[in-house]
Design a protein around this ligand. Structure first.
Ligand SMILES: O=C(O)CCC(=O)C(=O)O
Ligand SMILES: [Fe+2]
Length: 315
């Protein structure tokens, strides 16, 4: 198949927008039925956690930026409604384009943001002081990104919108916090069903919510395979047992360590062939990138066998 006929993982326009603005908004990714099911699931989580004593809540509640809003970590262990978001066809091709095939899901988070007149979360980059010093390079696979699926309309400003500083993703976030020179901030206007893709290094915040409506969303965090997951060390068997082969791979169950998680070296050096094949799947296997990664793997394999024959180590 010629390059021209191959499915594009990311259009040229999307890549230019990502490179210059540091984020990508994809419209109407979820159907109304998907939005409805997810919204019910998030509301279910919200009432579940509000009934739990504080001590039991702690394990699963992350930083929402204030005392009122809810951020549930490892939400996928509480509801199967989130499963389809891991490799959603409206987004996952773009993620393969941005990150390459050696990616994993490192977190699944549900957000409930209540009406409030002040900013809900200050301007920040994700990952704290360690990650702050790493900045993405335009031509290299993205280290870590999040996809925020909106489950409520945030059609106007000050509705609990995500706020971004366009183009900030390749600028070092100042240790003392940004000053007035941070650059213009943009509130993301979105409809329920839209998705926003952004890397750790984009300066972002959450606007006040004067809309009178609760803002609900789900975020899936992705990282390169060799990073550690953020909200689970090992997912429970019940959650893993309902997953497709690709989703199992995304959740860290790699071939050869099926459910065992005992060979951590595989996250660093994935077993040959399998990863690329499963990740691109039937949907994106004809892409230029799938062929390129398969060729790289083959070259690495033949390099290894030559080295092994020569008696030198692989590492
Ligand atoms: O609630 C939001 O819109 C974003 C929260 C946030 O900063 C994040 O998840 O990185
Ligand atoms: Fe953040």
């Amino acid at each position: 198949m010629s390059g021209k006929d191959s499915p594009a993982l990311l259009t040229q326009e999307e890549r230019v927008h990502w490179d210059s603005n540091g984020y990508l908004q994809i419209k109407s990714v979820l159907t109304d039925a998907e939005v409805m099911e997810l919204r019910e699931a998030v509301d279910g989580l919200s009432s579940h956690f509000s009934r739990l004593p504080i001590s039991e809540r702690r394990r699963y509640l992350g930083l929402s930026g204030n005392q009122r809003d809810l951020m549930v970590k490892q939400a996928i262990s509480f509801t199967p409604a989130i499963d389809r978001l891991l490799d959603h066809p409206g987004v996952f091709g773009r993620l393969l384009g941005l990150m390459g095939p050696y990616l994993q899901v490192v977190g699944t988070e549900a957000f409930v943001r209540y009406p409030h007149p002040g900013a809900l979360l200050r301007l920040h980059t994700d990952g704290g002081p360690g990650f702050r010093r790493f900045l993405p390079h335009a031509d290299e696979p993205v280290l870590q990104l999040k996809v925020q699926f909106f489950l409520t309309d945030v059609a106007g400003p000050d509705s609990g919108n995500m706020v971004v500083v366009p183009g900030s993703h390749r600028r070092r976030f100042p240790d003392g916090g940004p000053d007035a020179a941070a650059g213009p901030r943009r509130q993301i206007l979105a409809a329920a069903g839209d998705a926003l893709v952004f890397p750790w290094s984009l300066w972002h915040a959450v606007a006040p919510n004067l809309s009178g409506q609760i803002r609900r969303s789900v975020i899936i965090r992705y990282a390169q395979l060799w990073c550690r997951p953020q909200d689970y060390a090992r997912l429970d068997d019940e959650t893993l047992s309902r997953m497709s082969p690709r989703r199992r791979l995304l959740l860290g169950v790699l071939p050869g360590n099926d459910g065992q998680y005992d060979d951590l070296y595989r996250y660093y050096l994935p077993p040959s062939g399998e990863h690329v094949r499963v990740m691109y799947g039937a949907e994106w296997s004809d892409s230029v990138e799938a062929a390129e990664y398969a060729a790289t793997e083959a070259a690495v394999r033949s390099g290894y066998s030559a080295k092994t024959r020569g008696g030198s180590g692989l590492r």
